[in-house]
Design a protein around this ligand. Structure first.
Ligand SMILES: C[S@@+](CC[C@H](N)C(=O)[O-])C[C@H]1O[C@@H](n2cnc3c(N)ncnc32)[C@H](O)[C@@H]1O
Length: 437
């Protein structure tokens, strides 16, 4: 593909991404799948540019408005080419030759506007903090209220960094050292993660599909922070465990490995299609003691803890949330969230917490988790729940952590609060509540 074809394809793909309500990775994958003729180097170049534009969308908007280019996909890609990729306006003028598969020729006005961007840095000192943080104003205000002026800047910057690829070793199939050695045979270099005893951080990017350890279920993709939530569930063989918001099974897989096929694991979700996606992963991992159930009134009634001795030892509520802790991986998500959606998430969180609580046995534990860094979705939910349920008591996360032989750690005390800026992991929250009566 010529550079002009790459730029035009980037504009086309960005147009699809911005016109879709689906997550960006799905749009990009299906766009490229439908165009197998695009070679691998071109794909890499085009996706890097489109992801780059989305990651710097607010700042690019600032520049395109200031220069008068306007905020269409064409303007965004062209200004990205200059501000981030370091192209010259004259190079773009040549690239935009109006030929087949090329962008149409630059107008005189575009030429002039693009020339004003040349030599500028994407991060201009006049850019307002929210724009610099790549967040809508209302969300940035929440960050400032929670983290303070400087803290908000740091947290927002942390969410713009590149995320690492973390794997979890499936203890049903082997140990971490073995997995690292196996990965090495397939030229995947990785080392032990700092906090999770089952984690491997992979160096660089890799196609795991070519990797035997992944194909055979010895390792699974799971961010280190997410692994720590499974650890705080403190599951031991023989227990009954309910994963109420199991989705495609990320945490169910870790819980299943801890149960060692002894005990009971129920994976529930309101969306049965997500549970279907969990099934092949569970099979590959060698987990045999799992049942799946759609999260509805009828099934909840069956799971609920009505009489003495009934209910689950552990109920994990991995609640639907803004996903603010994972925006490094899903840069488009922060642009799709609205104040209404945020309120909606908080209502869902309160609902799933109540549903989870109805299934915990006396002496059992309710574990609440989100992949958000925002208090509104985290401590505020737990405080509201505890005020309504005096029969639940918080178990300090640090107590569970240290009882498992782990060194004390700065982000685990009463609860676990991880953030990309402070700890280099995706942002997660976890609180453990024990039912007393
Ligand atoms: C954070 S995701 C779960 C991720 C999963 N546990 C994992 O580790 O891969 C939250 C899940 O909650 C489910 N969910 C449960 N109750 C819900 C409700 N009332 N509204 C929306 N989603 C709900 C969603 O379908 C979604 O799969």
């Amino acid at each position: 593909m010529r550079p002009s074809g790459r730029i035009q394809t980037s504009i086309d793909l960005l147009t699809e991404v911005m016109g879709s309500s689906l997550p960006m990775d799905r749009v990009v994958n299906s766009y490229l799948r439908a165009r197998r003729f695009i070679g691998s180097k071109d794909r890499k170049d085009i996706s890097a540019r489109v992801y780059g534009v989305i990651r710097s969308r607010c700042r690019l908007d600032w520049w395109t408005i200031r220069s008068g280019l306007g905020d269409g996909c064409r303007s965004l890609v062209l200004s990205y080419a200059i501000l981030v990729e370091g192209m010259k306006a004259s190079e773009l003028d040549e690239i935009c030759d109006g030929g087949d598969y090329s962008p149409r020729a630059l107008s005189e006005f575009e030429n002039e506007a693009l020339a004003t961007l040349q030599g500028q840095d994407l991060n201009h000192p006049d850019i307002p903090a929210a724009v610099q943080g790549e967040l809508p104003d209302w969300l940035y205000a929440l960050f400032e209220a929670q983290f303070g002026v400087e803290g908000a800047k740091a947290e927002a910057a942390g969410l713009q960094a590149q995320a690492s690829l973390d794997l979890r070793v499936n203890l049903l199939k082997g140990k971490r050292d073995q997995a690292i050695a196996f990965l090495g045979k397939d030229n995947v270099e990785g080392g032990a993660t700092d906090f999770s005893p089952w984690g491997i951080r992979v160096q660089g990017r890799t196609a795991l599909g070519n990797c035997k350890a992944f194909r055979e279920g010895l390792v699974e993709v799971q961010d280190e922070g997410s692994q720590l939530i499974a650890l705080l569930c403190d599951v031991t063989p023989g227990q009954s465990v309910l994963d109420l918001c199991a989705g495609a099974g990320g945490k169910s897989l870790a819980l299943g490995a801890l149960l060692k096929n002894d005990g009971e694991l129920v994976a529930m979700d309101i969306d049965p299609r997500r549970l279907q996606r969990a099934e092949p992963r569970v099979e590959k991992a060698g987990i045999e003691n799992i049942r799946y159930a759609t999260l509805n009134k009828e099934n909840l009634k069956k799971m609920s803890a009505k009489g003495a001795g009934e209910g689950f030892d552990r109920v994990l509520v991995d609640a639907p949330c803004s996903g603010s802790g994972t925006w490094r991986r899903q840069p488009d998500a922060r642009l799709r969230i609205t104040p209404d959606k945020f309120v909606n998430y908080r209502e869902m969180q309160a609902t799933v917490l109540e549903q989870g609580a109805s299934c915990v046995k006396i002496g059992g534990r309710l574990i609440y988790a989100t992949c958000s860094v925002l208090d509104e979705e985290n401590t505020d939910q737990i405080d509201a729940f505890l005020a309504k349920h005096p029969n639940y008591q918080r178990v300090p996360a640090s107590k569970i952590w240290e009882a498992q032989g782990m060194e004390p750690c700065s982000f685990i005390d009463e609860t676990m609060k991880v953030s990309p800026a402070q700890h280099g992991l995706d942002g997660f929250f976890c609180a453990v509540l024990e039912r007393q009566s």
